[in-house]
Design a protein around this ligand. Structure first.
Ligand code: PGA
Length: 256
């Protein structure tokens, strides 16, 4: 069942281009998030901007996420960042298994190692899952089942409260609200994800992780998805880069 408090994640991806622009965008979002009720705003900026934004923020309405993390704690891993590093500059969450990372070669096993590393380092995980396309035979359902089961292998029941599952059908990402998933289909998918979790754990545990919708969440479709899609919030890509659109999403999520 959808919760009373919601989570809205702004996944800025590789945007904006400069630190001053990132600061300006954050300043506007910060103001809007202070006006929300029962909404946790999570900003996932590019890693180079994370420390600057998170360490200068003194409020309580916004949390920060890294967009990815490596599974080793330290060592010779040029270009990677670790869980302790992102935690030390203010991240409380990390996005893991985003389809754009999977498209660059990240597989289920690596996603699993990152999930384990993040949880043991005290971070909460925004685990992204989603099929590339839908087939009539329903093979996409086995695909989602495998993504979730392998990511959560050896994750203890008590750790599920640190897991947020972002369902992002890849065919809807980066498009417009018109191409996004229908609320009734999202409702079915939320139930399906809870069923997978109940199979892996039990029914009570299955209700713990929050489920978000990602894939063209825009002001035009979030209201219906919240009302009928059985979701606890959104992972917002392109609409999070436009302060007005993101503010509108926060406002809709806040009105209940
Ligand atoms: P979108 O991106 O909102 O631009 O579709 C979502 C995501 O990929 O996280």
């Amino acid at each position: 069942m959808a919760r009373t408090s919601r989570i809205i994640v702004a996944n800025w991806k590789m945007n904006p281009e400069t630190l001053p622009e990132a600061r300006r965008l954050f300043a506007r979002i910060k103001k809007a998030s202070a006006r929300t009720r029962n909404v946790r705003t999570i900003i996932a900026p590019p890693i180079v901007f994370l420390a600057d934004l998170a360490l200068s923020y003194g409020g309580v309405c916004v949390s920060f996420a890294a967009q990815d993390v490596f599974f080793e704690r330290k060592g010779s891993h040029t270009g990677e960042v670790s869980v302790p590093q992102v935690a030390s500059v203010g991240a409380q969450y990390v996005i893991i298994g985003h389809s754009e990372r999977r498209a660059r070669g990240e597989e289920n096993d690596e996603v699993h190692k990152k999930v384990k590393a993040a949880l043991s380092g005290g971070l909460s995980v925004i685990l992204c899952v989603g099929e590339r396309e839908r087939d009539e035979d329903g093979d996409y359902l086995s695909f989602i089942t495998e993504e979730i089961s392998s990511a959560l292998r050896k994750v203890r029941k008590e750790e599920l409260k640190q897991i947020v599952i972002a369902y992002e059908p890849i065919w809807a990402i980066g498009k417009t609200a018109r191409d996004a998933m229908k609320p009734s289909d999202m409702h079915e998918m939320s139930l399906f994800i809870r069923k997978i979790l109940a199979g892996l754990y039990d029914r009570a545990a299955a209700s713990r992780p929050r489920i978000l919708y990602g894939g063209s969440a825009e002001p035009a479709n979030v209201k219906a998805l919240l009302a009928e899609g059985e979701v606890d919030g959104f992972l917002v890509g392109h609409a999070s880069l436009d302060a007005e659109s993101f503010k509108a999403i926060l406002k809709i999520a806040s009105n209940r």
